[in-house]
Design a protein around this ligand. Structure first.
Ligand code: AMP
Ligand code: TRP
Length: 337
């Protein structure tokens, strides 16, 4: 097979570990919706990834449904995209094991996310946290996905996926797995922490004030933007003027992503504006975009059986794509089935 013979297919996923943030929305979900319809799209709630760090079982099932509700509320349509949770398709874990035997320890040692997460505690974190990029490669390659929309922080993991595919193809003298492309585009591929512009906005920061959660109410969103760290300067009239001002740049990028425009256009509109004008405008915009999604999530979460039905149906469709690919992989490796 040459690369062009792989059918275009999009795969991406989000971990159900805590609530969804504005970073997940702008860096992932909103972009997932944008790719829907143009080609086959599969969006997964990657529960097996969540348990690489401790998850309370009740909270895990709740968080899994909540990510699914976020997908649906933001506009992913189960008749256009395959929506499912990872653990329902056991082939992820099976291919993950094979890839653990393809990936090299030296490659894993270079993963910056692992180094950040493990920190000085590397001896005590789970083996799963260390191996997780190899499971992520399995998630993607199990469907021969050609494109993976993710935030900037996942770029290295998609590159590792390509390394695993290339080594598998080379070792087994085949061209079975595609060279998947990361899709990292738009103004908000790395939404930063509101209190420290050098850190990524994440689900698990120390203070809730450093992130916007998709389910925060209007007052809380306004308060968080009002208290967001900035500098005393007004907005410049070119993007160049934001160099060395990471917090200011972040708020401009968030505004651009929420209003479907570019950061340049936002700077042109707000050139010379002070924070007293820009921050309330940003808060209004965020509330305007997030409130309907959050309301819809609340409505969906009132009917967990319906979410479960959608995820089970998606898993069945996913399994149909995965099974022949996993079977062929076993055959290539020489495993008797
Ligand atoms: P996670 O919550 O770690 O499972 O991330 C799910 C998706 O959201 C991945 O594609 C991430 O790259 C993306 N994402 C998470 N946080 C951010 C952020 N602060 N900025 C942009 N994208 C993000
Ligand atoms: N590792 C990703 C994250 O932490 C989540 C993820 C798991 C993923 N499998 C994936 C993303 C496959 C894209 C494709 O954000």
């Amino acid at each position: 097979m040459t690369q062009s013979q792989f059918t275009p297919r999009v795969f991406s996923g989000i971990k159900p570990s805590g609530g969804l943030t504005l970073g997940n929305y702008l860096g992932a979900i909103k972009r997932f919706v944008g790719m829907q319809g143009a080609m086959e799209t599969m969006y997964c709630v990657v529960d097996l990834h969540a348990i690489t760090v401790w998850q309370d079982p009740k909270e895990l099932s709740h968080a899994t449904r909540e990510v699914a509700a976020g997908y649906l509320a933001a506009g992913l349509d189960p008749s256009q995209s395959i929506l499912f949770n990872q653990s329902r398709v056991s082939a992820h874990a099976e291919l993950g094991w094979i890839f653990n035997c393809v990936a090299r320890v030296g490659w894993m040692n270079r993963m910056t996310q692992f180094k950040d997460k493990a920190g000085s505690n590397a001896e005590k974190v789970s083996l799963g946290l260390y191996a997780y990029p190899s499971l992520m490669a399995a998630d993607i390659l199990l469907y021969h996905a050609t494109q993976v929309p993710v935030g900037e922080d996942q770029k290295q993991h998609v590159e590792l996926t390509r390394d695993i595919a290339a080594k598998f193809n080379h070792d087994y003298k085949t061209d079975f797995f595609p060279m998947t492309e990361p899709v990292i585009d738009g103004p908000a591929t790395r939404v930063m922490n509101l209190r420290d512009g050098s850190k990524k906005m994440s689900k698990s920061g120390e203070s809730d004030m450093e992130r916007i959660n998709m389910r925060d109410g209007a007052d809380l969103i306004a308060k968080k933007f009002k208290k967001a760290k900035t500098d005393p300067e007004p907005l410049p009239d070119t993007l160049d003027g934001l160099k060395g001002r990471p917090e200011a740049r972040n708020l401009v990028d968030i505004y651009a992503a929420l209003s479907d425009t570019t950061s340049e256009a936002v700077i042109t509109e707000y050139a010379g504006a002070g924070w007293g004008r820009f921050k309330p405008a940003l808060a209004d915009l965020a509330v305007d975009r997030l409130a309907p999604i959050s309301d819809e999530m609340t409505r969906l979460m009132d009917d967990p059986a319906e979410i479960d039905r959608i995820l089970a149906d998606g898993a069945e469709r996913a399994r149909k794509i995965a099974e022949p690919i996993l079977s062929r992989t076993y055959e290539i490796v020489g495993l008797l089935r």
